[in-house]
Design a protein around this ligand. Structure first.
Ligand code: TTP
Length: 650
């Protein structure tokens, strides 16, 4: 069974695992992936001292293992696999890198070092996408590593000796196998268990997802090949010429030219095959740039498929042919079939025997009436954001000014007073925000333990997505959703059925002009970044004035100085950068928002009398702060303000 949708995307690719490790084979086959095993002949002898970190060494070794197999297969078979996966597992302790012990004595000294202490197990992984043009191998490498911290308990000499005699340490990094007898040595393990066993499966699936959604890479996907059996060990690919991986020979195959002298190392040969070529030839094909150039087309295809409700048509899981879908739209088959094929390429639809069905991703998020639907968000971007961005140049040249830009004028109707908006526009905006709010609601509700509060008031709580998550997590909590009457008149259609409904009430009102409902806990989610400082102070002082001693304020928002969590992985840092990019892009067409740093939000809470401010993250985009009110305080009288739609545009 294939649980990870991205694995399905690889089912027609020729995937090779460049490893002799039975553990890696077993772990990878658990995904349902069809792959072939071709053990690497790369000699694991890179200079450890030349790497800045132990994991850099593991990643490079993994890469060279995979590149060696890619080159050899290309040369010997004249058939190039689409993807070659290499991995290398090492154990590090006190700055030392431990690989597989060479003998019992070596195993003993490794295990003695690990005895009673904590060490790290790193597995470096390389996913090499290959393609062949004019007899030359071109590769694109994605690499990453995962760390697991393992602690051994204090072990007796006798136990270590017995363990070594069992023979288990021989083929395992650090001289132990956590998955078997070696599990008895381990007191604790923090991180991915499978990473210790030789392959970080979870991270691997996440990396594949990152690579294949959105649009799959063009190069490797254009290759065709015959389907191969799920598991087929082809250890013995070559060997008419006597095996061994000769660098010059493999260079000839990979680069289409022989290297006189043949003094180059295998690593160098494989490295060059990685197509980082410089010099006279054309520069490497800029896949990333072309994807960027074409990116808008992919978005528009998705928007159009959503507008036509293609994913709704396919939601009952009966695959339909292009002609059937076209006839439902009363449209000619040709264009519809093309759109459907684009959706297949984008990973939104699957095509089997000329019939189309939704991928898991589409079933979960693009069908309009499912729980975690983002259909409303897509429609909002199609109907509003798309037009705004077509005026981007004008917006930039006009620059910010009084009343913002001519584009800004157009834009403000999206985030302005909802009384000015048509009912349909308000509903569209609510659908867009509801989809996103639902996706993050549980993470926000559980960011802190709120079980000591008995009543909460979500100010500007819109459709109640967060209120429902709070009610679900805290069965004692009564939640009031306080929002403008013109917002609340539309929320009935967003309410799920269930027990939590009894814990939730919707109260119309304007949090700037009307008294706030009583509550132990006030919640503000993505509100403050819509307002400049004077309004923010006004609102916080009203909340502070209504908040009882011991009550709290839960503040949820994006922050401008986001760098990802402390000790962020490369992945997390990238995500943080992408969030920043999204905000920067929005800033080009919408009136600038009052983005604040985490420290500024913390100071705001403190200034308005909230103490012990704690902060954490909820998912990729949101930061959550919780402050409590130690003593009662008078509410500061406020000027009445115009009401507005308290939910962020998407
Ligand atoms: C720490 C630890 C390692 N190992 C294994 C995983 C790896 O197979 C091995 C480390 O050696 P590697 O050099 O990473 O891999 P390998 O030689 O087995 O296979 P190949 O190079 O062909 O890919 O140690 C366990 O099985 N259990 C453990 O607890």
């Amino acid at each position: 069974m294939v649980l990870c949708p991205v694995i399905r995307k690889l089912q027609h690719q020729w995937v090779v695992l460049a490893s002799a490790s039975p553990r890696r084979r077993e772990i990878l086959s658990q995904t349902g992936l069809r792959f072939e095993v071709v053990p690497s002949r790369f000699k694991e002898n890179l200079q450890k001292a030349s790497f800045p970190t132990p994991h850099a060494y593991a990643v490079e070794t993994a890469k060279q293992k995979a590149l060696e197999v890619a080159c050899r297969m290309h040369q010997k078979d004249l058939r190039t696999p689409d993807i070659v996966i290499g991995a290398d597992t090492i154990v590090t302790v006190g700055g030392l890198i431990l690989e597989k012990p060479v003998d019992k004595q070596d195993a003993y000294s490794m295990l003695s070092r690990l005895n009673g202490t904590e060490h790290s197990v790193f597995t470096g992984v390389a996913i090499v996408h290959c393609c062949s043009t004019d007899g030359r191998l071109h590769t694109e490498v994605t690499e990453f590593y995962e760390e697991t911290r393992v602690r051994f308990s204090e072990l007796s000499e006798e136990l270590l000796r017995e363990y070594i005699d069992s023979g288990e340490p021989t083929d395992k990094a650090g001289g132990y196998g956590i998955q078997a007898l070696g599990g008895m040595l381990v007191e604790s393990a923090h991180g991915d268990f499978l990473n210790v066993v030789g392959f970080p499966l979870n991270r691997f699936c996440r990396e594949l997802t990152r690579l294949y959604y959105p649009p799959p890479r063009e190069g490797p996907q254009q290759l065709t090949h015959d389907p191969l059996p799920a598991l087929d060990t082809r250890d013995n690919l070559s060997d008419a010429e006597g095996g061994g991986s000769d660098a010059a020979q493999s260079q000839e195959a990979c680069g289409g030219r022989a290297e006189a002298g043949g003094e180059r190392t295998q690593a160098e040969g494989a490295q060059e095959a990685a197509s980082n070529r410089t010099g006279d030839g054309p520069p490497p094909f800029p896949i990333g740039l072309l994807e960027l150039i074409d990116g808008f087309k992919a978005s528009k295809a998705l928007f159009t498929a959503c507008k036509l409700k293609v994913f709704d048509l396919l939601k009952d899981e009966t695959p339909l042919r292009a002609s059937e879908i076209a006839s439902r739209f009363g449209a000619p088959r040709g264009g519809v079939a093309q759109l459907l094929d684009v959706c297949v390429a984008l990973g939104l639809l699957e095509k089997t025997r000329r019939a189309y069905s939704n991928t898991d991703l589409a079933s979960r998020h693009l069908v309009s009436d499912v729980e975690y639907s983002l259909h409303g968000l897509v429609m909002h971007h199609n109907d509003h954001t798309w037009n705004l961005f077509s005026h981007l140049e004008r917006a930039i040249l006009a620059g910010p000014g009084p009343g913002h830009t001519s584009l800004g004028d157009k834009a403000t109707h999206l985030s302005q007073n909802s009384r000015d908006q048509s009912k349909e526009a308000t509903l569209g905006l609510l659908r867009a925000t509801h989809g996103l709010a639902k996706l993050t609601a549980r993470q926000v509700a559980t960011a802190f333990d709120l079980s000591w509060f008995t009543s909460a008031c979500h100010l500007g709580g819109c459709t109640g997505a967060l209120a429902h998550a709070l009610a679900r997590e805290y069965p004692r909590l009564q939640v009031t959703v306080f929002d403008l009457p013109e917002v609340l008149e539309h929320v009935a259609c967003f309410q799920p059925e269930g027990r939590q409904t009894e814990q939730i009430r919707f109260l119309p009102g304007d949090f700037f002009t009307e008294s706030l409902p009583d509550a132990d806990l006030y919640v503000l989610s993505r509100i403050l970044s819509d307002w400049e400082d004077d309004k923010v102070h006004e609102l916080l002082s009203r909340i502070s004035g209504s908040c009882k001693p011991g009550g709290g304020l839960l503040l949820v928002d994006t922050v401008w100085d986001e760098e990802g969590p402390e000790n962020a992985t490369v992945d997390e840092a990238r995500r943080a950068a992408r969030n920043g990019l999204r905000r920067a892009l929005d800033g080009l067409v919408w009136p600038p928002r009052a983005q604040r740093s985490l420290a500024e939000y913390r100071r705001l809470l403190q200034r308005h009398g909230f103490r012990d401010v704690a902060e954490t993250r909820a998912g990729d985009q949101l930061h959550v702060l919780l402050g409590t009110r130690p003593s009662p305080r008078e509410a500061v009288p406020t000027r009445p303000l115009r009401g507005r739609l308290h939910c962020r545009d998407a």
